[in-house]
Design a protein around this ligand. Structure first.
Ligand SMILES: Nc1ncnc2c1ncn2[C@@H]1O[C@H](COP(=O)(O)OP(=O)(O)OP(=O)(O)O)[C@@H](O)[C@H]1O
Length: 286
C-alpha cells in the first residue's frame, strides 16, 4: 500500500515545486500506470515513492509519502530498498560499476543483504530465466546495448523480491521483443500480488495491464481512474499526451459517422475490434 498525504516536493535548485499537494493511495497489489507530458513530474513521483526523494536528492518536501506502513522520509534508504524496488529510466545509472558480469551484477544487492550463496544463485537464475536473459549472464554489464542494460537493471531489482515495484519507463530503450519481455515480467509480478507503479509512454501496452492510470500535469494529478476512461479522455491531446492508436482510429471513424457518438472510444485492440464489429454488424468487406 502506498499513500501520499498532501505531498509536495521542490528540487534544491528548482524554482517551482515539481510535485504539488498529491493526495492518493495505491492499494496493495494494484498496478497503477502513470502518464503525462514531459516535465509533468513522473520521474520525480517515482523517486519520491522509492525514497530517493528526499534521502538522495535533498530538496524541500511537505506532507508525507507512506509505503508499506512506513513514512519514507523517516526510513533510511537501505531499509526501504528491501521492500521498494525502483527501476530508473536510464539503466546506466543503475549499474553498480563494481561487477564484471551480469550474473554478479544481479547478485550485488543480495550480497549486500547477506543472503546465503545458494539462495542468491537460485534467485539470480530465476530472474535470468524470467527475463529471458540467460544468454547475457557472463557478459560485462558495460558491453550491453541500452535495452539489454535495461533488462539487467530490472533484474537487479527483481532479485530483491520487493513488495512494491516502481518502474520509470522500463522499456524506453527496448525493441518490441525486449518490451514484450518486460511487460510479461510485469504481468507475472502483478499476478503474484506485487504493488506496481509503472511510468510508461506505450499506452497500448499500459491499457492492457493497468488497473488504474494517473495523469500527471504540472506536478498535479489531472486524471485518475480506470485505463478505459482515462486513456480515452479527449483532453489528453491538449495536454501533450498522445492517446492509443485504437482511440485515434475510432475517433477518425466517428468523424466520418462510422462510430456512434454514444459508444465509448476504445483503448485496447480487443475493445476496438469489438466496437468495429458491432458498428459494421459483423460484416467484413474483402
Ligand atoms: N534534478 C533536478 N533538479 C531540478 N529540477 C529538476 C530535476 N529533475 C527534474 N526537475 C524538474 O522537475 C520537473 C519534473 O521533472 P520530471 O523529470 O519528474 O518530469 P517527467 O514527467 O518525468 O518528464 P519526462 O517525461 O521528460 O521524463 C521538471 O520541471 C524538471 O525540469
Amino acid at each position: 500500500m502506498i499513500e501520499l498525504d498532501d505531498f509536495s516536493y521542490a528540487y534544491p535548485t528548482g524554482s517551482r515545486p515539481a510535485l504539488r499537494s498529491l493526495r492518493l493511495a495505491v492499494p496493495a497489489g494494484q498496478l497503477c500506470g502513470v502518464v503525462g507530458p514531459s516535465g509533468a513530474g513522473k520521474s520525480t513521483f517515482a523517486h519520491a515513492l522509492a525514497g530517493f526523494i528526499p534521502h538522495a536528492l535533498g530538496g524541500e518536501t511537505a506532507g508525507r509519502v507512506v509505503v508499506g506502513g512506513r513514512t519514507v522520509a523517516d526510513t533510511p534508504l537501505p531499509d526501504l530498498v528491501r521492500d521498494v524496488g525502483l527501476v530508473l529510466q536510464n539503466p546506466f545509472n543503475q549499474i553498480s560499476g563494481v561487477k564484471f558480469t551480469v550474473r554478479e551484477e544481479l547478485a550485488f544487492g543480495l550480497e549486500n543483504l547477506g543472503v546465503p550463496q545458494e539462495e542468491m544463485v537460485r534467485r539470480v537464475d530465476a530472474v535470468l530465466a524470467e527475463l529471458r536473459i540467460e544468454g547475457l549472464a557472463d557478459r560485462s554489464p558495460y558491453q550491453l546495448s541500452g535495452g539489454q542494460q535495461q533488462l539487467v537493471a530490472l533484474g537487479s531489482v527483481l532479485v530483491m523480491r520487493p513488495s512494491v515495484l516502481v518502474l520509470d519507463e522500463p522499456t524506453s530503450q527496448l525493441d518490441p521483443v525486449g518490451s514484450g519481455q518486460v511487460f510479461d515480467a510485469v504481468r507475472a509480478l502483478h499476478r503474484a500480488g506485487v504493488t506496481i507503479v509503472l511510468v510508461e509512454h506505450k499506452l497500448e501496452r499500459l491499457a492492457e495491464i493497468a488497473d488504474r492510470v494517473l495523469v500527471l500535469r504540472h506536478g498535479e494529478v489531472a486524471l485518475d481512474g480506470p485505463p478505459a476512461t482515462v486513456l480515452a479522455d479527449p483532453r489528453l491531446a491538449d495536454w501533450g499526451v498522445a492517446g492509443t492508436r485504437y482511440t485515434a482510429a475510432a475517433r477518425l471513424a466517428r468523424e466520418r459517422g462510422l462510430w456512434p457518438e454514444d459508444r465509448d472510444l476504445p483503448v485496447t485492440l480487443d475493445a476496438a475490434v469489438a466496437g468495429f464489429r458491432a458498428v459494421t454488424g459483423g460484416v467484413e468487406s474483402r
